[in-house]
Design a protein around this ligand. Structure first.
Ligand SMILES: [Cu+2]
Length: 469
């Protein structure tokens, strides 16, 4: 019942054909009868030319012994009342938002209702190799596997998604992704906006076929789609009180960078990123971030009149991502000042390793091999890892098994940004850049991967395994 299927040969074979249109159709056409989610509330005239639809808020779930998660074809109202074929977790697109407290134990019984092998990786979460959903450890169609891990890290926004080698891009782009929020006492003491005032935002882009179904039609350089989506909603709006909101933002795109800004020129108050709270809040008016990275943002709607609108925009593509509509009574709310958290700086690395992200498929000249472990890292040892590239960026570099601290960026953009402070698990390496991080694996011994989180680069082999010993 709780069998783990590891079948490298069969997997690689199915993955090689996984990017074909025929396979995509096979996956999507069996969506008939799947669970429909979402609800339509058409926008009335007078709001401009673009009809906008209520932002979907994924349902909440707790990660305890009774948790279960099924990946299967489904259908979702992406806005506009017409249902689209997607891949869904528990029938939801995006999947349920899990919540757990630091110190809890998670046990999530996963069932693969797809027609091909997949896994769940808990991006950002420090878990044992057996629970990490790595490309070697796939769950066959129809099989189940219990992902079991203690929650042993500070409050932060993580996310979960499939990680099957050569098919991660397809599974994620067709819909399999969800948020996983960890809470702790330090965060609770800050009294940050919560409940309806704490909103996860999963940003991505999407392409559709003529019937409006999600499709995955990447090029080797990456899947850059034509339409923005937030929480699986096209052209969304969110009604907000005139108060302070906390947005937990994930770049859930396959290859696209977003540069966020507000249409009224107001700044975001940045309070955290991948690995949780920063030491202090920072006001920033534009934020560029890459696939896999997260932001913890406060937006202050106080002082805005009822009926006012503010657009969350992407300045790179010129997209209107999400319209905030100020309604209801003015609320209170505060922006925290002073110390949010204390972050102990990693220092005095004993080993330096250099990784060159080359072309669209290689790290240090090698493509990913499920069976190869490239190096060993002593448990508890602080190391400096230097990332370089000879082009084809952006390369958002993601490491499993530990959080890290970004030490420097030279060349290219040449600076570190406020959202790269604190603890990270994904860092953007752009063309002509060298990025250095400090990392220490003090969670578990075992095998973990590092890879480019542009999913098309990852699927083509820009990934390696290392072992913490
Ligand atoms: Cu890359």
């Amino acid at each position: 019942m709780k069998s783990k299927q590891i079948d490298q040969t069969g997997d690689a074979e199915s993955a090689q054909t996984s990017l074909t249109r025929r396979d995509f159709l096979r996956l999507t056409l069996i969506a008939a009868g799947a669970i429909a989610v979402g609800r339509v509330v058409p926008v009335q005239a007078g709001r401009g030319t673009t009809a906008r639809y209520p932002l979907r808020i994924p349902p909440a779930a707790t990660a305890n012994n009774n948790s279960s998660l099924t990946a299967a074809p489904g259908s979702a109202d992406l806005g506009g009342g017409k249902y689209s074929n997607v891949l869904a977790y528990n029938g939801y697109f995006p999947g349920p938002t899990f919540r757990a407290n630091n110190g809890d134990s998670a046990s999530i019984q996963f069932t693969n209702g797809l027609s091909e092998a997949t896994s769940i990786h808990w991006h950002g979460m420090i878990v044992p190799t057996a629970a990490d959903g790595q490309p070697q450890d796939l769950v066959s169609p129809g099989a189940s596997y219990a992902y079991q891990f203690p929650i042993m890290q500070r409050a932060c926004l993580n996310w979960y998604h499939p990680h099957p080698h050569m098919a991660t891009g397809k599974h994620v782009v067709l819909g399999l992704a969800g948020a996983f929020i960890i809470n702790d006492a330090e965060e609770a003491a800050l009294g940050l906006p919560s409940g309806a005032y704490e909103v996860p935002l999963i940003l991505r882009d999407a392409n559709f076929d003529s019937a409006g179904n999600l499709i995955y039609n990447p090029t080797s350089s990456g899947f850059l789609a034509k339409n923005p989506m937030v929480n699986g909603t096209r052209d969304p709006y969110l009604s907000v009180d005139a108060t302070v909101y906390r947005f937990r933002v994930l770049n859930g795109a396959s290859a696209r960078l977003f540069k966020l800004a507000l249409s009224n020129g107001a700044p975001f108050t940045l309070i955290g990123n991948d690995g949780g709270l920063l030491e202090t809040a920072v006001q920033v008016s534009q934020i560029e971030f890459s696939p896999g990275e997260r932001l913890d943002l406060l937006i202050d709607f106080r002082g805005l009149a009822s009926g006012a609108t503010v657009m969350l925009q992407d300045l790179k593509a010129g997209w209107n991502l999400l319209e905030f509509r100020v309604t209801g009574a003015p609320g209170g709310g505060t922006i925290p000042t002073g110390t949010l958290s204390t972050i102990t700086k990693l220092s005095n690395p004993v080993t330096t390793r250099v990784f060159s992200f080359d072309g669209m498929t290689r790290i240090n000249g090698k493509e990913f091999d499920l069976n190869r472990i490239d190096f060993q890292v002593p448990f508890g040892q602080t190391e400096l890892w230097r990332f370089k590239t000879n082009g084809n960026a952006p390369h958002p570099i993601h490491i499993h098994g530990a959080s890290f601290q970004v030490k420097s960026r030279t060349g290219g953009r040449g600076v570190l940004f406020p959202w790269e402070q604190g603890w990270k698990d994904t860092v953007l390496l752009n063309d002509r850049e060298t990025v250095e991080i400090l990392i220490r694996f003090d969670g578990y011994r075992g095998r973990y991967p590092m890879h480019c989180h542009k999913l098309e680069h990852e699927d083509q082999g820009m990934m390696l395994n290392f072992e913490v010993i």
